[in-house]
Design a protein around this ligand. Structure first.
Ligand code: CP
Ligand code: NVA
Length: 311
């Protein structure tokens, strides 16, 4: 949990309390309603002098562009870097990089290969660090997903979300969110690709309403939202095997038909049609994927505003 005067890192959903997360989402909704350029009275104090540093160790379309534009629409500026442009790529330590960047910028958003890189950066930075996806989690995505769910179906508390496919980084952030936002999460993943036991143990300890199994039909039955993601995440090496074992987890029209009749379909994108989801579901009336992508922009304004001191 964040301490009163601590640097406001946004590292993972499980590290923040429900109230703080709820305020970030509500603030994001309010800023979205107010228009793309955030009105002066809703902006963090002194934002016009602040610079958000963006670092990417892996490719990105949505995270890169939405953070860059969100920061500008909040009234600040950005500096985007590939990690190969930095001495980090030649072996300078993460700790030294964190301390140097803290002398120049006002916050760092990083997409990293290893989660430990983000944690180490945050440990040594004196400015907020935001996790823009790691091998373990993708919290900014799920903030946008919660926002999207609520725009379409109302409060997420007590509702049911079904995750079908790989128990990957995005699935883990959904688990964190189920505990903090109080919804039921049903995961259907092949045995080999279940989220690791430590996350399941955490969920139990938090008394989160999370069930795990291998049957996609059971998970989706009556659900309000069906979510999936690519079968091969950035950094995964066993693409052929993954595609084989995940075949029964494709989200098709017949699987969607088992969900509630008003259910929505979400996918963080990029999507691979004919693999984890059929073209007809992705482009069909239940799909809200482009609202979800748009909400990265708005949800991250909520995250940035919080990092810069807005409660
Ligand atoms: N969903 C998502 O994070 O997309 P990018 O990889 O394009 O940033
Ligand atoms: N699970 C995917 C998400 C991409 C936004 C990956 O890590 O590549």
């Amino acid at each position: 949990m964040a301490k009163a005067n601590a640097v406001r890192h946004f590292l993972d959903i499980d590290r923040l309390d429900s109230k703080t997360l709820r305020r970030m989402i509500d603030n994001a909704h309010d800023m979205k309603k107010a228009g793309l350029k955030v009105p002066a009275k809703m902006r963090p104090k002194g934002i016009e002098d602040k610079v958000l540093i963006l670092i990417f160790e892996k490719p990105s379309t949505r995270t890169r562009v939405s953070f860059d534009i969100a920061m500008r629409q909040l009234g600040g500026t950005t500096l985007a870097l590939n990690h190969t442009d930095l001495q980090l790529g030649r072996g300078e330590s993460i700790a030294d990089t964190a301390r140097v960047l803290s002398r120049y910028g006002d916050a760092i958003m990083i997409r990293a290969n290893s989660h430990d890189t983000v944690l180490e950066l945050a440990e040594h930075a004196t400015i907020p660090v935001i996790n823009g996806l790691t091998d373990r989690t993708h919290p900014c995505q799920i903030m946008a997903d919660i926002m999207t769910f609520e725009e379409h179906l109302g409060p997420i508390k007590g509702r049911t979300v079904a995750w079908v496919g790989d128990g990957n980084n995005v699935a883990v952030s959904w688990m964190h969110a189920a505990a903090r936002f109080g919804f039921n999460l049903r995961l259907a993943c092949p045995d080999e690709l279940m989220p690791s036991k430590s996350y399941l143990d955490w969920a139990k300890k938090e008394k989160a309403e999370i069930s795990v199994g291998i049957d996609p039909v059971k998970a989706v039955k009556g659900a309000d939202c069906v979510v999936t993601d690519t079968w091969v995440s950035m950094g995964d090496k066993d693409a052929t095997r993954r595609k084989q074992i995940l075949k029964p987890y494709a989200v098709t029209d017949s699987l969607m038909a088992k969900a509630s009749k008003d259910a929505i379909f979400m996918h963080c994108l990029p999507a691979y049609r004919g693999h984890e989801v059929s073209e007809s579901v992705l482009e069909g009336p239940q799909s809200v994927i482009f609202d979800e992508a748009e909400n990265r922009l708005h949800a991250q304004k909520g995250v940035l505003a919080w990092c810069f001191g807005v409660d």
